[in-house]
Design a protein around this ligand. Structure first.
Ligand code: MCA
Ligand code: AMP
Length: 494
């Protein structure tokens, strides 16, 4: 697709200038107002020395100012790097050191912390400071090439440190453009935006579907079922992770009548169980549209808008996406119906990991297909079913936790001989992080959880720390995680 990402933004800013783009509980902003603010903020960023290709690191609360900062960063030709507000100092230090941003924008309470991390090389500011003295004159949009990087989003890895996925102007523009057609977004739509805006799902998928189509959205600071149900009467689309749908079903106020004005419920980021899919339809008459994506690739497959939305399937590949199933070890492409690793290619697939050429090379096949790490099959109708993951990854409430990261911290403790971290079925989060520990002497599980909180974002901290005299091992001495998962499958009544 020709043209850079900001040109695509500008097309909508101009065309829908007088229309509301976003509202929060307090006020609404038109496309024109957001565009003007983004232009002025881009000028402010330039005053602060942000030049094309430099990284702007952002760890702020979810609000409209942060959204404007995203648009302004792209307008200035710089690279947007959003981070989960939950990250601890040691996690943030890694990102700041690795990405070498020229500017960090953080919450008021984190200014001192940001001054200490990343070798002290970056300027640190807050949204309040940025918006306090915006210049009158707007910055001209800086033109970028299609394969210039627009954003870096960090994803963890099964081994080692998180990797910064470089998403290009074209990756983001082409995926958004395709999705508005596929999911039939129009200027009449109003999206309930309850996702965080530091991940691909809430930031690019949700925001670009709205912006590119001339629709509107209501920005909620977080998911709250009562508020979401309330908004359904005046909205048309909800995009969420399975936990949203589980929580809606858990709220007796949610009925067919609540959902009568809605046209579409989309789910992704984690598996939506067939049971929840069916229960949702029974309750409100809507079949959830499940789709599948990744940080590195944006959206890959989707159940159809008009055709059959099949429970337990993520649908056929989206237009422009080539998807195949291969044997993991050899890369041999497998016949239809066989289970193997999912590999993908298309204009949506990222350019590589920031300053990690070897890791990038290891995750692509020689013919350019990206190895997702998900196991699946393609059925006779072309629908993809995901059956597991080759990567040792837990997805809790749509957030990824790599056991290796938690295990490393546990194994470092003097009271731990060895630890295994597993995902266990959880009624709210789908999967919950659980640590099974072989202690080396006196051991207090609650104290261990408390200690982990200092180094890990709250969603990664095990919901339970259990002990075993000896961890089960196979003949090679490897811990049998499968057995542990079976042993503790009922821990949360799941
Ligand atoms: C919060 N906690 C969690 C999670 N969220 N623990 C495990 N998993 C989580 N996802 C912690 C809190 O810190 C708190 O811990 C305790 O659990 C209870 O929190 P609660 O109030 O219930 O949580 P919440 O604030 O209501 O959030 C749950 C949530 C949220 C709504 C499911 O996590 C969420 O919005 N998830 C969506 C994430 C997302 O956008 N993923 C997309 C990435 P304590 O009490 O100990 O402090 S994947 C992606 O982008 C790709 C492209 C894709 O395909 O979409
Ligand atoms: P992330 O790297 O955070 O973007 O997470 C991407 C991963 O989320 C994928 O590789 C899948 O394992 C998982 N995922 C996303 N959507 C779905 C879905 N609909 N069903 C099952 N897993 C999903």
């Amino acid at each position: 697709m020709a043209g850079d990402l900001y040109s695509r933004f500008a097309q909508s800013f101009d065309r829908f200038s007088g229309k509301v783009l976003v509202e929060d509980g307090a006020r609404s902003w038109t496309y024109g107002e957001i565009a003007r603010e983004a232009g002025r903020l881009a000028a402010r960023l330039q005053e602060l020395g942000v030049t094309p290709g430099e990284r702007v690191l952002v760890q702020t609360d979810k609000n409209v100012e942060t959204l404007i900062l995203y648009f302004a960063t792209i307008r200035a030709g710089a690279i947007y790097l959003p981070l989960n507000v939950d990250y601890t100092e040691s996690e943030l230090d890694y990102f700041a050191t690795d990405a070498t941003p020229v500017l960090a924008v953080c919450r008021d309470i984190s200014v001192d912390l940001f001054g200490r991390i990343g070798g002290g090389a970056m300027q640190v500011t807050t949204l309040a400071q940025l918006f306090a003295d915006l210049p009158e004159a707007e910055a001209e949009p800086v033109p970028r090439a299609g394969d210039d990087v627009a954003a870096i989003l960090y994803t963890s890895g099964t081994t080692g440190k998180p990797k910064g996925a470089m998403l290009t102007q074209d990756n983001l523009a082409s995926n958004g453009e395709m999705l508005i057609d596929f999911w039939r977004f129009t200027p009449e739509d109003r999206l309930i935006h309850a996702l965080p805006i530091f991940h691909v799902h809430g930031l690019f998928i949700a925001v670009h579907c709205v912006l590119f189509s001339g629709a509107s959205m209501v920005f909620l600071p977080k998911f709250e079922s009562a508020r979401v149900i309330d908004l359904m009467a005046s909205s048309t689309v909800l995009m969420g992770v399975p936990t949203f749908y589980i929580r809606l079903l858990g709220d007796p106020v949610f009925t067919q009548e609540s959902a009568a004005h809605m046209r579409l419920f989309i789910s992704g980021s984690a598996p939506l169980s067939a049971d929840i899919h069916r229960a949702f339809e029974e309750r409100c008459g809507h079949r959830v549209l499940e789709r599948y994506g990744m940080t590195e690739t944006g959206m890959l497959t989707s159940n159809p808008y008009d055709g059959e939305r099949r429970a337990g399937y993520v649908g056929p590949p989206l237009p422009g996406v080539s998807l195949r199933i291969a044997e993991f070890e050899t890369g041999r492409v497998l016949p239809q119906g066989e289970v193997g690793i999912v590999e993908v290619k298309g204009p949506n697939v990222f350019r590589g990991y920031w300053q990690m050429p070897e890791k990038t090379a290891a995750e692509f096949r020689p013919d350019g297909y990206f190895i997702t790490g998900d196991m699946g099959l393609i059925d006779s109708d072309g629908y993809v079913q995901l059956v597991g993951r080759e990567k040792d990854l837990i997805i809790s409430g749509g957030l990824n936790v790599y056991p290796a990261e938690v295990e490393a911290l546990l194994d470092d403790r003097p009271d731990v001989a060895e630890a295994a971290v597993i995902g266990v079925p959880h009624p709210d989060f789908g999967e919950a992080v659980v640590a099974v520990v072989q202690p080396a002497g006196p051991f207090d599980p609650e104290a261990v959880r408390e200690a982990l909180r200092k180094d890990l974002a709250a969603f990664k901290v095990p919901k339970a720390v259990l002990t075993m005299e000896a961890l089960p091992r196979n003949t090679m001495g490897k811990i049998q995680k499968k057995l542990l998962r079976e042993t503790y499958a009922g821990l949360f009544g799941g």
